[in-house]
Structure formats: structure tokens, C-alpha cells
Design a protein around this ligand. Structure first.
Ligand code: DGJ
Length: 751
């Protein structure tokens, strides 16, 4: 109980007005809700005209009534409720969930098409419910929390004329600066309604003095950081590719202009969804900012017949008053504790060797066994057989959908291969691309109508393949049974689930005309359905997601797989930017990262084997090379590299991550740290991208240590330095000879 003037009960409906459960307080007199998450408050109020209005989001406040903060700016010549009572000017009121067509000319959060063919809608408060814990979102990934870990507010609202019920769902986390939001729609009216937009969050900012940080890129260049100040008009990122995409990640941070890793305010928004999305900051005529995030409404509509409902996926909102670094660490903690599931959630992942860059499609049983034999001698724990083991697949132009073994390549069958690998003391993993169908496949011959397509239009190929219509249960059932046949036939302990093309000609052969525009979302729901089935039926299997590298590195996927392949670019230097950008909101423990051979297959660069190891070591770690062919010196280095990974993995997986260098600003070096939660141990890594003349020493300030504690670096136990000295004065990184060099330092608390 944090505020004495409120009554405390655990679960209340609004018939018990004036009550609260843990972190959510309702002040009935002021019609004000205060959601308290760790050091953060989020405040909303039912304005006199019945609209839920936004009051505050930021550092935690103790006050009971902050009504004075509600912006009721008068705005002549724009529509208002009750004409001139000056209570709610629609074009300036900060709405919690803005509607369309009644005089708010900013971008709406939702929009409908009613039985008259009109889009006007509005949203007014009806009642609310506060309770401990967090509800599941049916069929969708979402963060989870126990009853004592979070509190939820459900704000029941309506669009009176259409009979649409809109429930705004907020959850405040007790121990993290996190508020989540989602929205539930239910048609309580007599007539059908189409939702033509159903975003998941809207946050109104009282000024526009922010920079927008986004994670953008392309294939092999995912999640590079861009930062630009907000300006009048609309700044947005989105995807209409059917997946979250290489190009834009479903993440945005709005940060104060002065924000760095350590200081300033940062608001992070991450969409727990793997399909089309939209995220936009709009600067209004009065220099306020409205932020929106949700499913992209371009080509979206969802029919709600009487009694039907729709759930808009979750947006995670993180607040930090200690810079971008703290925002990232909050996301990391949230995802490690409240999103990732399964047996590997808190475990070290097996060190794998994947044959993709080693052989591409050119392998057979013997080749894989040769790799496994050598790998097992060096301490590698799992062989992953990548693309090319099924149908008659010798290149990327056939066989997707034919999930049976290509006997010509895997002589003796899959079980024989897996048994042989197991005999070497190694686990076995396998690659699937379950959402795809090749025109040259048995499956396409039997079921051309299973491909997503628009009648009468030519299908566009991409990587010689089409996409299966996952809105269809029969299609999902078929792929499921094919996958089961494989998984039940051999001791498979890992799956790499790949997805290598974006959607085009989006149409389904089974959906009725008025539901065709539901396909984009139904496709994603279908993918989630199959992933849920596979992960619950085979809980021992470690699932790694992948999409042409990192095109589906999103929180939706993290709900099903504790790790995601970060990028097809395995070059250690390119990876600095990719992994730095990814760490803005995703934990390093989830980043698929491997040591590959040189010259690197994507950029042709040669880097020291040790540097490749140090960069991959802060991800899931593994190898992507032909271990029978690499230089002897590299092979000899593997056992030591594995020992190093093992030594630091707990720290990397569970510790706090601090970015120290910034390769986006200075491409000559990078550095980062992992500090244990009790601050008794820290790993510091330094990468010199380019050697520099006449720079004898370089002082780098460490982060995250306890200033009062004393630490020594493992190789020099005599020299004990305070956390204060290490963080305020720094350490000297001597002049390192050569490009692409790396150093690691291990600090241990001196007791
Ligand atoms: C794209 C992935 O990112 C690669 O690692 C590899 O699995 C190929 N697909 C196989 O086709």
C-alpha cells in the first residue's frame, strides 16, 4: 500500500469504486487512475465528457490527484463536446485511445466501418476492473506475470452508436519500469462492424522535445540505430511485408535530446507481434507529440459480427530516467523473466555447429558425420543440419513443403544420422521452413490452392518459393503432421525455424470476400498456433527462430523461441552494429551468434579467430564453418574459446548489459560490459575496429559497478581498484597493434 488515502483490496470491479490492487490506484472523486510500476507512474483520467484522457507518463509520483496536469487546451475553430462548454476540445485533448471522425484531426488509434458504410466512431468510459496478475491474450504472444508481480486495469469503454465495446487493458509491473497495453474489441451491438484500424497503444506527450530512435536496416544489416529529432508532421516506421522485417524493427524510443546511455529520459515501445506493424510519432500544431503503435491498418480490416471479438496485440512500454542504457536493461529483464518460456529460459544453450556456411546445399550423411566427429573432439555439443535435407533439395529452387528425407543425401535415413551424431556425444538439431511451399514440390502439385494468392493474378516468386496460407487449419495440420513425423523419428533436440520470403498477392482461397483483408493477421496467428503446438508437444526441443537472418527478431517470436538468429552477416565487425542495435531492446542471451570462417562470406573481411569468438560469445554462441577445413590454428583455438564462453555465459545470460562504445558514432572501437546483479563480477570486452597511429593509451570508463566495492582484474590480483575509480577515472586500454583486435577483462570483487 503506497498511498494511504486509498482503500486497498485485491480485486475489484468498479462497483467498489475508490479501490486498488497493488500498483493501480483509482481515485473516484477525481476519476483518475494511477498505475505505478517500480519507479514509474502512468496516469489517466476520465475527462468530464467521458473520454479517457492521458495525464502523465514518467518518473513515479506519489500524488493522489493530478487532475491539474490534464491538458484541456482551448482551441478555437475546432469541434468540442457540448459545443462551447470548453471542456473537451477534440483536436487537443490528450486521448488514451483516440477515435475517428468527431474532430480530432490527429491520427486515430482505431477506426470502424459501420453498417451504414461510415467510419465515425468515438470512445467513452463505462466501467473498470482492477486485479492482480496479467491476463493471457488468446492466441497471441504476450508478457506474463504472477498475481503478485503485476496489476492490471481493464477500462471498459464503448462506441455507443455502433455497440462496439472497447476494453483498454493496462498492466503495471511491480519490480520493473514497465507498463503493457493491449485492446479487446467486442461487438455488443445488433449489426456487424468492421474494424479498419485497431492499434494497441497511444501515448500523448506534453511536448515534442524528443529524439526518435529506430532500428532499421536490410538483409545482413539488421537493426542499425537511427536517431533524429521529432519535427512537425508524422514520423513513422512500419512493415507491410507480413513479418516484422529486416527493414524496420517494431521498436521505437522517444528520448530527451540530452539522452545518452547514462542520462536523460527514454520511453521505449516494443510491439509483441511478428507481422505488419505501424509506429508513428506525430507532432501537432501545438508542439505536442502523439505516439501510436499497432498492427498496420493498411490493407487491414476485421469483421466483427454480433458477439464476435478481436484482440489487438500487446505493446510493451518502458520508462527510464537514467538514459537509454537503463531502458535497455529493463527490456532485457522483462523479456528474460516475463516473455521467454520453456526449458532453456534460464539455461546455458548448447554450443552448436551449423553446416550452412560450411556446405550450403552440398552435403551428405558422411560430410555431416565428418563435421560432427571433428566438432565433438573440440567440445562442440550439437550438430545442426541446415537447409537441404528434404524433398529433392539441391538448391533453393525446390521442395519446400516436402518435409520428408532426401534419401540421396541422407543415405541410411535421418535416424541413422542422428544416432551416429548422438554416439559422438552430441545433440542433433534440424532446419525447417514450415511456412513455405516451392512450386517444384509434391505439395504444390497436390495443393496449389494452399499457396497465398489472389485469384486471377500471377503469383510473385521470391527465392523461388510461395507462402502457405496459414490462416487455414488444414494447411497447418498438414505441416504439423509432416514435422511430427520427422521429430518423432529421431532424437531431435533443436529446431531452426526459418522464414525466407515476404508476402505478396495476399489472398486466401477459403476466406469469404469480406474477410480477405484479415489474412495478414490470420497468417501471423496461424504461425503462432503452429509454434505453440510444436513447443508444447516437444518441450525439450530448443527452438531458434530465423528469417533470412534477423527479419523476425521481435518479442512475438521470443515468446516461442528463447533465441533468434540475429543476422546472416556473421562478420565480427558487421556484427558490432547489428548486436549493438539489437541490444537496445532485446537481451544478448537471445541473439543467435556464431563464429564463421574467413574471408567472411558476406563482406569478404578477415578478422582474428579470437575476435570472432569474443563477439559471438555475447550471444548464444556456436560455429558456422567447416571445422574439417579451417586452418589448424583456428581449430586448435576452439577448446579454449569454448572454455571462455562457458566461463562467462552465466554473467552474459543473467547480468546487466552496459554499452560503452558506440560504433554508430565512432567506428574505430567498441566496448561493452556485463555486470552481475550483485555487482560482484563484471566482464569487459573491447574491440579495436581500426588501429590508430600514435595513440599509446586510451582511458575507458567502466559502468555498472558498485562505487564502494573494490575490484581486481583477474590477471592482476594485486591491483585493487574501487568501483568509483574504475567508473569515474576508467582503465587504460593500451595501444593495440592491428585492426579488428579484441581484449576481454574480468573484474572480480576483492573481499
Ligand atoms: C536463411 C538463414 O538465415 C540461413 O542461416 C540459412 O538457414 C538459410 N536461410 C537456408 O536457406
Amino acid at each position: 500500500m503506497k498511498c494511504e488515502t486509498f482503500t486497498v483490496i485485491i480485486i475489484v470491479e468498479n462497483k467498489d469504486k475508490g479501490a486498488t490492487a497493488m500498483g493501480i490506484y483509482y481515485n473516484e472523486k477525481a476519476s483518475l487512475f494511477r498505475l505505478d510500476a517500480k519507479d514509474t507512474s502512468y496516469i489517466l483520467k476520465i475527462a468530464s465528457c467521458g473520454y479517457p484522457a492521458h495525464v502523465y507518463f514518467g518518473k513515479r509520483l506519489p500524488d493522489e490527484d493530478l487532475t491539474y496536469l490534464l491538458r484541456l487546451d482551448e482551441n478555437p475553430f475546432t469541434p468540442e463536446t457540448n459545443n462551447r462548454d470548453k471542456a473537451c476540445y477534440h483536436d487537443t485533448l490528450p486521448f488514451e485511445y483516440p477515435s475517428f471522425g468527431t474532430g480530432d484531426y490527429r491520427e486515430p488509434a482505431f477506426k470502424i466501418l459501420d453498417e451504414n458504410g461510415c467510419s465515425t466512431c468515438s470512445l467513452t468510459y463505462v466501467s473498470h476492473r482492477i486485479y492482480g496478475g496479467k491476463p493471457k491474450l488468446e492466441g497471441l504472444p504476450a508478457t506474463f506475470a504472477e498475481e503478485n508481480e503485476a496489476t492490471t486495469l481493464e477500462l471498459y469503454c464503448e462506441d455507443k452508436a455502433s455497440g462496439l465495446q472497447i476494453v483498454l487493458v493496462y498492466t503495471a509491473f511491480e519490480e520493473l519500469d514497465v507498463i503493457t497495453r493491449s485492446v479487446r474489441f467486442e461487438n455488443k451491438g445488433e449489426n456487424a462492424v468492421y474494424l479498419t484500424r485497431a492499434f494497441s497503444t497511444c501515448v500523448e506527450f506534453d511536448d515534442c522535445n524528443y529524439d526518435m530512435i529506430t532500428l532499421n536496416g536490410s538483409w545482413a544489416r539488421e537493426r542499425h540505430i537511427e536517431r533524429a529529432p521529432l519535427h512537425h508532421g508524422k514520423q513513422l516506421i512500419d512493415s507491410m511485408r507480413g513479418e516484422s522485417s529486416h527493414q524496420n524493427n517494431p521498436f521505437v524510443a522517444l528520448v530527451s535530446h540530452n539522452a545518452t546511455e547514462q542520462i536523460g529520459e527514454a520511453y521505449g515501445f516494443n510491439f509483441v507481434y511478428s507481422g505488419n506493424f505501424f509506429a508513428q510519432a506525430e507532432v501537432t500544431q501545438h508542439k505536442k507529440a502523439r505516439f501510436l503503435m499497432g498492427i498496420n491498418s493498411l490493407d487491414f480490416s476485421w469483421l466483427l459480427e454480433k458477439g464476435e471479438s478481436f484482440v489487438a496485440p500487446e505493446v510493451v512500454m518502458v520508462y527510464s530516467d537514467e538514459g537509454i542504457g537503463k531502458m535497455s536493461r529493463t527490456f532485457h529483464d522483462l523479456y528474460r523473466q516475463h516473455l521467454i518460456r520453456g526449458q532453456y529460459k534460464d539455461k546455458r544453450r548448447p554450443i552448436l555447429i551449423n553446416n550452412w556456411e560450411a556446405t550450403y546445399f552440398n552435403f551428405n550423411t558422411q560430410k555431416l558425420i565428418d563435421i560432427a566427429k571433428e566438432a565433438s573432439k573440440l567440445g562442440i555439443e550439437m550438430l545442426v543440419m541446415d537447409d537441404g535435407w528434404f524433398g529433392h533439395r539441391d538448391s533453393d529452387n525446390s521442395s519446400l513443403g516436402d518435409w520428408f528425407v532426401y534419401e540421396k543425401k541422407l543415405e541410411g535415413g535421418l535416424k541413422n544420422l542422428v544416432d551416429e551424431v548422438n554416439k559422438l556425444g552430441m545433440k542433433f538439431g534440424i532446419w525447417f521452413e514450415p511456412e513455405m511451399i516451392s512450386p517444384d514440390s509434391e505439395l504444390f502439385k497436390a495443393h496449389p490452392e494452399w499457396a497465398i494468392q489472389v485469384k486471377g493474378r500471377e503469383l510473385t516468386l521470391c527465392r523461388e518459393q510461395y507462402v502457405l496460407d496459414y490462416s487455414r487449419e488444414d494447411v497447418r495440420d498438414y505441416v504439423h503432421s509432416m514435422m511430427k513425423d520427422i521429430l518423432d523419428n529421431a532424437n531431435i533436440e533443436y529446431i531452426k525455424w526459418d522464414m525466407n520470403r515476404q508476402l505478396t498477392e495476399v489472398g486466401s482461397q477459403t476466406l469469404p470476400k469480406n474477410r480477405q483483408r484479415e489474412l495478414w493477421h490470420r497468417y501471423v496467428l496461424g504461425v503462432y498456433d503452429l509454434m505453440e503446438r510444436i513447443t508444447s508437444e516437444y518441450p525439450h526441443i530448443l527452438l531458434e527462430n530465423c528469417s533470412g537472418g534477423g527479419a523476425r527478431f521481435d518479442p512475438g517470436m521470443l515468446y516461442y523461441s528463447p533465441q533468434i538468429w540475429c543476422s546472416d552477416d556473421t562478420d565480427a565487425i558487421e556484427r558490432l552494429k547489428i548486436q549493438h542495435g539489437t541490444s537496445i531492446c532485446y537481451p544478448c542471451s537471445a541473439m543467435g551468434a556464431h563464429v564463421s570462417d574467413c574471408p567472411n562470406h558476406t563482406v569478404g573481411r578477415s578478422t582474428p579467430f579470437s575476435t570472432r569468438g569474443h563477439v559471438a560469445m555475447v550471444g548464444t554462441f556456436g560455429y558456422e564453418l567447416d571445422v574439417t577445413k579451417i586452418p589448424q590454428a583456428d581449430r586448435d583455438a576452439i577448446p579454449g574459446q569454448i572454455a571462455e564462453f562457458n566461463k562467462y555465459n552465466t554473467l552474459v545470460r543473467t547480468g546487466d548489459h552496459y554499452r560503452i562504445g558506440n560504433v554508430f558514432e565512432d567506428n574505430t572501437w567498441d566496448a561493452w560490459m556485463f555486470v552481475s546483479k550483485d555487482k560482484s563480477e563484471a566482464l569487459f570486452e573491447f574491440i579495436q575496429v581500426l588501429g590508430r597511429p600514435n595513440e599509446r593509451s586510451r582511458r575507458i570508463k567502466l559502468c555498472g559497478l558498485c562505487p564502494e566495492k573494490y575490484y581486481y582484474e583477474e590477471s592482476n590480483p594485486e591491483l585493487k581498484l574501487s568501483g568509483a575509480a574504475l567508473m569515474n577515472a576508467g582503465i587504460n586500454i593500451g595501444n593495440i597493434w592491428g585492426d579488428y583486435q579484441s581484449r576481454i577483462l574480468h573484474f572480480i570483487e576483492a573481499k
